[in-house]
Design a protein around this ligand. Structure first.
Ligand code: HEC
Length: 257
C-alpha cells in the first residue's frame, strides 16, 4: 500500500513538473508570490503596492509577461519555450530593467531584482523556466469556467437547461488573451457562466463553427439555445468584466422571453 502511494506521488510529481516548482520554491518564492488575480494586482499597483505589499511581480505576472513578450507568439510553442528559457537564464544572471516583460506600471515600485547568489545549472534552468512558462495557462484554466466540446455542450445544455456559449479565439489574438487573463477568471464571471451557460472554446483557424456560422473575427461569442440548433446571438469584440456580465445577462433575458 505504502509503495503504491509513493509511486503515485512520484509519477504525479514528474507529470506536473514538480522539479521546476521545487526550484521555484527554494530560489524564487521568497520574493515572487504565487497566483493573484490581475484585477487585484491592478488595484495594488494603483495603491503603489501599499495594498498587498508585494516584494516582486507574482508568478502569474512573470508567466503572462514571458508568454506575451518573449519570442514570436505566432511561432510554434517549442521555439517560444526555448526563448523563454534563454530570457529567464539571462535575467537571473544579470537582472536588467530595460528587458522587463511585466508592464512597467505594475513593477515601478519594486527595487531591481538582486543577483541570485548560487547560480542554477542548465537542467535546473530548463525545469524552472518550463514551470514558469506553463504556470499562467494552468492558472487560467483552473480559475475559469470549464470548457467542453460542442457535442458535449449540446448534451449538457439539454440536460441542465443551459445556453451554449462558443468563444471564437485565436491563440495569438491579444484581446482574446486579455479576456482569458482578466475577465474569464473573475469570480462573478465564473459564477454567471456556471449557473446558466456551457462554454465551448474554438480556435477558429483550426475548427469550423457549428450551424454554418462564420467567424466574425476574434474574440467573438456565439450563443446557441439548449436545443443545439437555434442561434441566439453572435457578438464580436473584447468586453471587460462589467460589459461581459451585462452581455451574459442580456442573452439570458433574450432566452427567457
Ligand atoms: C530577493 C527577491 C527576489 C528573488 C529571490 C527573486 N526575484 Fe525575480 N524579481 C525580484 C524583483 C523585485 C523583481 C522586479 C524588478 C525587476 O524586474 O528587476 C524581479 C523580477 C524578475 C523577472 C523580470 C520580470 C520582468 O518584468 O521582466 C524575472 C524573469 C524574475 N524576477 C525571475 C526570477 C526567478 C526565476 C527567480 C528564482 C530563481 C527570482 N526571480 C528570484 C525579486 C526577486
Amino acid at each position: 500500500m505504502k509503495k503504491i502511494f509513493w509511486l503515485i506521488l512520484l509519477g504525479g510529481s514528474m507529470l506536473f513538473g514538480m522539479e521546476g516548482k521545487e526550484i521555484f520554491d527554494v530560489k524564487c518564492a521568497s520574493c515572487h508570490s504565487y497566483y493573484i488575480p490581475l484585477s487585484e494586482l491592478k488595484k495594488n499597483a494603483q495603491s503603489n503596492n501599499t495594498l498587498l505589499k508585494l516584494k516582486a511581480p507574482t508568478l502569474n505576472q512573470l508567466s503572462f509577461g514571458v508568454r506575451l513578450n518573449i519570442g514570436d507568439i505566432k511561432a510554434d510553442e517549442e521555439s517560444q519555450r526555448l526563448e523563454a528559457e534563454e530570457f529567464i537564464e539571462k535575467y537571473i544572471a544579470a537582472p536588467d530593467r530595460k528587458k522587463n516583460v511585466v508592464p512597467p506600471e505594475m513593477t515601478k515600485f519594486f527595487t531591481t531584482m538582486p543577483d541570485i547568489k548560487e547560480p542554477l545549472d542548465e537542467d535546473e534552468i530548463e525545469a524552472l523556466s518550463n514551470f514558469i512558462f506553463d504556470y499562467g495557462e494552468a492558472m487560467m484554466i483552473e480559475h475559469s469556467a470549464p470548457f467542453v466540446s460542442f457535442e458535449k455542450a449540446k448534451e449538457l445544455a439539454k440536460q441542465e437547461d443551459k445556453i451554449i456559449m462558443i468563444r471564437g479565439i485565436l491563440p495569438y489574438c491579444k484581446w482574446c488573451i486579455k479576456m482569458d487573463r482578466e475577465v474569464m477568471v473573475e469570480k462573478e464571471v465564473v459564477e454567471a457562466l456556471l449557473k446558466d451557460f456551457v462554454v465551448v472554446k474554438t480556435d477558429v483557424a483550426l475548427e469550423k463553427l457549428p450551424l454554418g456560422m462564420k467567424s466574425l473575427g476574434t474574440p467573438s461569442f456565439y450563443f446557441i439555445d439548449k436545443d443545439g440548433t437555434t442561434v441566439i446571438a453572435q457578438i464580436q469584440g473584447y468586453r471587460d468584466k462589467q460589459e461581459f456580465l451585462e452581455l451574459l445577462s442580456t442573452i439570458r433575458q433574450k432566452v427567457k422571453q
